[in-house]
Design a protein around this ligand. Structure first.
Ligand SMILES: [Zn+2]
Length: 60
């Protein structure tokens, strides 16, 4: 069974004010999806090697 990867990011409004914490889980197609814990807005990150590199760096 493949390990479930989780990434944490922040929902920022207008590039400055932080709304809430977004927990992203990796989907079978290697994209990421999750919701802002405060406002519930849905997030989706397309498969992105740079983003994935940051996630791996966070785990080390
Ligand atoms: Zn939000």
């Amino acid at each position: 069974m493949e390990e479930q990867l989780v990434a944490i990011t922040l929902h920022r409004i207008a590039g400055q004010k932080v709304c809430g914490v977004v927990t992203l889980t990796r989907q079978p197609d290697r994209s990421w999806s999750g919701k802002c814990g405060k406002c519930g807005e849905e997030f989706r990150v397309e498969p992105d090697a740079r983003f994935e590199g940051r996630v791996r760096a966070m785990r080390n």
